[in-house]
Write a new protein. Structure first.
Length: 225
């Protein structure tokens, strides 16, 4: 798999570190459901510092959750950390529970069992939103791809531009829900722009990872299809 020197971290002014929830909101006990053969298990998110981020532990959990070693609060949810501090899962507030995906692809739901009360952040806050529902997007949706080429999926109709600027010539539009390939991303004054290579069935050009509409920032595409 080819990599590009344009891989960048999502240290963007538009993202803003302000949290829709603070860490105290999530601290406590959680019942984990993955819908798999392993059945449910339990996770404890501590309010005290651990080796990486805040402390966390799991009981009777299989897969990556069996190696849970820490966590941190994100824009509208949490990131779960492994034994070396790596992110092993990203979860966002969905009603009164946390829902998300582990790094190995497992989909999990965490239901509070010690009185935690969750409320999703509506559009208009200091975060980047998912255009499908208007809430703050998951950290994994906001993040810029770092390994290329990668097949991604549009969350909103996206213009393809000849150059990485909105003033450049339009080459076409990627439909909402359409999968496409990007081979690199770079930060510009208009946000992150990602390059669509030639020979993929759509025009080669630049599409926005994040876009602004009526003063609010949204995720243009998710990093998988």
């Amino acid at each position: 798999m080819r990599r590009t020197g344009w891989a960048i971290a999502i240290a963007l002014g538009i993202a803003g570190p302000a949290l829709a929830q603070n860490a105290a909101t999530f601290a406590g006990s959680w019942r984990v459901s993955s819908g798999g053969m392993a059945g449910d298990c339990d996770v404890e998110l501590s309010g005290g510092n651990g080796l990486f981020g805040l402390g966390a532990s799991s009981r009777l959990c299989m897969g990556q959750l069996g190696f849970l070693n820490g966590w941190r609060a994100e824009t509208n949810g949490v990131s779960l950390l492994g034994l070396s501090g790596e992110v092993i899962g990203t979860l966002s507030v969905n009603g009164g529970v946390l829902k998300g995906q582990m790094a190995d692809g497992a989909v999990v739901t965490l239901t509070p069992t010690s009185g935690q009360t969750l409320a999703s952040g509506k559009a208009g806050g200091n975060c980047i939103h998912n255009p499908d529902h208007g809430y703050c997007a998951d950290p994994g949706e906001v993040a810029v791809p770092t390994a290329f080429p990668v097949t991604v999926k549009a969350l909103h109709p996206l213009a393809i531009r000849k150059e990485p600027t909105a003033q450049s010539q339009s080459l076409g539009t990627i439909a909402d829900g359409q999968c496409f390939i990007v081979e690199g991303c770079k930060e510009t004054r208009e946000g992150v722009k990602c390059l669509i290579p030639e020979g993929t069935g759509i025009p080669s050009g630049w599409a926005s990872k994040h876009f602004q509409q009526d003063g609010t920032w949204f995720v243009g595409f998710q990093n998988f299809c």
